[in-house]
Design a protein around this ligand. Structure first.
Ligand code: OSB
Ligand code: MG
Length: 368
């Protein structure tokens, strides 16, 4: 197949509720949507998960635009592509910028699956008909508010609760939640807010019987996490530190992590995500699919990936209504009894809702 043209849309969508983490607050979400076409008139969609500001990784909406326009799209246009797994090698001369690469690679995967007439999940080797989902709850005003949120999401069926923590806002929160919900699968995500100076405090979190603690230490560390893991019972899960299969291999060999949060954008695309999945499965390391507050297109790619067999823990891919008044796909992503049904239509299996997409588009560029 050949990619003959690419459209980039800059989008702005307001989330129903602001999302607070140890690194900041998000509510008005700006992101890029990509549409690729082939020589036969097929179409594929991708969504960049880069945020406005470089507080999660160094990429932003603007750096993605620059990379796509000046490097990645020119490398892709007009090339004969036998399989989406080959897109990564076309991008190999460009260092880093994984979210930009992933947005385009995911669009090629969608297009490829549509061309083959099969669901994206099947194209990736997925086997599940439905996936189990959890929810990630941002930092709230107080414990009462947080407890209300947890209660509501449990009633909606979510299978696992993740809460954000930061220094000084962890002990009381986790103790309070454990008292209110003694048996709920619970985990905490620190988004790199601690250091080894906090090791005594982190060790005391063991008593809350958490499923795991996500990225407690620096965003670029795998060495200190190994030191911490040796002294903590709670499994450490790496998020920010993982950008490739090589990162996973080193972290697993060092003993820095017992669980991997796979985010398609952070690792540069679905092909690398699948390689990480396969390696972890062989090593007996469970994985789950993280989230980046995606709109429907990104969410659809996450669902397809999560259908692979070693995604054995509930991911952060919540239903559309958790984030948006109106999502950009039809039908919207629905969570029932804690599960999302993996679509069976070709490609991502959801239809982009063009009028809603237009409503939230603030800029548009075309390349051919
Ligand atoms: O660390 O997993 C994270 C949101 C934005 C940036 C980083 C993270 C998150 C989440 C929310 O935890 C996941 C989601 O609901 O999409
Ligand atoms: Mg995280």
């Amino acid at each position: 197949m050949q990619i003959t043209d690419v459209t980039i849309r800059k989008m702005k969508m307001r989330m129903k509720e602001p999302f607070l983490t140890s690194f900041g607050t998000m509510q008005d979400k700006q992101f890029l949507l990509l549409e690729v076409h082939d020589e036969l008139g097929n179409m594929g969609w991708g969504e960049s998960v880069a945020f406005d500001a470089p507080w999660y990784t160094e990429e932003t909406v603007e750096t993605n635009l620059h990379m796509l326009r000046d490097f990645l799209i020119p490398l892709l246009l007009g090339k004969e592509i036998l399989h989406p797994d080959r897109v990564g090698s076309l991008f190999a001369p460009i260092r880093g910028n994984n979210m930009a690469k992933a947005s385009l690679e995911c669009a090629v995967w969608d297009l490829y699956a549509k061309r083959e007439g099969i669901p994206l999940a099947e194209a990736l080797g997925g086997q599940r008909q439905r996936i189990e989902v959890g929810i990630s709850i941002g930092i709230q005003k107080d414990l009462v508010d947080l407890t209300d949120h947890v209660q509501r999401y449990l009633e909606e069926g979510y299978k696992r609760i993740k809460v954000k923590i930061k220094p000084g806002a962890e002990m009381d929160i986790l103790r309070g939640l454990r008292e209110a919900f003694p048996d709920v699968p619970l985990m905490a995500d620190a988004n790199s807010a601690y250091s080894l100076d906090d090791i005594d405090l982190l060790k005391r979190l063991d008593k809350f019987d958490l499923l795991m603690i996500e990225q407690p230490l620096a965003h670029d560390d795998i060495v200190d996490h190994a030191v911490l893991q040796k002294q903590m019972k709670t499994p450490i899960c790496l998020d920010e530190s993982i950008h490739s299969l090589e990162d996973v291999r080193k972290a697993v060999e060092l003993g820095s992590t017992k669980v991997i949060n796979v985010k398609i954008g952070r690792v540069g695309g679905l092909s690398e995500a699948k390689r990480i999945h396969d390696y972890c499965m062989e090593k007996g390391v469970p994985v789950w699919c993280g989230g980046m507050l995606e709109a429907g297109i990104g969410r659809a790619h996450n669902i397809a990936l999560t259908s692979l067999p070693n995604f054995v823990l509930p991911g952060d891919t919540a239903g559309s209504s958790r984030y948006w008044e109106k999502d950009i796909i039809e039908p919207e992503v629905v969570v029932e009894d804690g599960y999302i049904t993996v679509p069976t239509a070709p490609g991502i299996g959801f239809t982009p809702d063009l009028s809603t997409i237009e409503e939230f588009t603030t800029d548009i560029w075309q390349y051919r």
